[in-house]
Design a protein around this ligand. Structure first.
Ligand SMILES: [Zn+2]
Length: 142
């Protein structure tokens, strides 16, 4: 049965409902503990099939690569930042950055970011679509 969310998610397969709302989930192999995102049914390390548990992913990770987009392909307001975040489980997520302007002051490679669920866009049917985004963690001013 499809899981119900309080709002329309960009891809329901990326999320599960937690106590505080939707949270990002992956799949963890019961044989070798490897974690996947997006979820998989076959482990490419040990070739076990259908031997996965759905697990919540860490809420914090490290920004390993990012770019600033000045042209929008999805109808997003520009400019926006997007990038890759590595989680402690060994998975890499791609997504939008939020609360990250001015970009040249707030964003740095290898900085810690927090995963938040936020509105991404309004689609052609007027529906608000939600996604996970990466929010820079507060750090002491240097
Ligand atoms: Zn495995």
């Amino acid at each position: 049965m499809a899981e119900q969310f309080p709002y329309k998610m960009v891809n329901p397969d990326f999320f599960s409902m937690g106590p505080d709302g939707p949270m990002v989930v992956g799949a963890k192999c019961r044989s070798c503990d490897r974690v996947y995102f997006p979820k998989k049914t076959i482990c490419v390390d040990c070739w076990e099939r259908g031997n996965m548990d759905v697990v919540p992913l860490s809420r914090k990770g490290k920004l390993s690569l990012f770019t600033i987009a000045t042209m929008s392909l999805l109808g997003l307001d520009t400019p926006y930042a997007c990038g890759y975040v590595d989680l402690p489980e060994g998975v890499r997520l791609f997504g939008l950055l939020t609360d990250s302007e001015p970009f040249d002051e707030k964003l740095r490679l290898d900085m810690e970011v927090e995963i938040v669920i936020e509105k991404m866009m309004t689609n052609d049917f007027g529906e608000e679509i939600y996604a996970y985004k990466f929010k820079p963690c507060n750090e002491a001013e240097s």
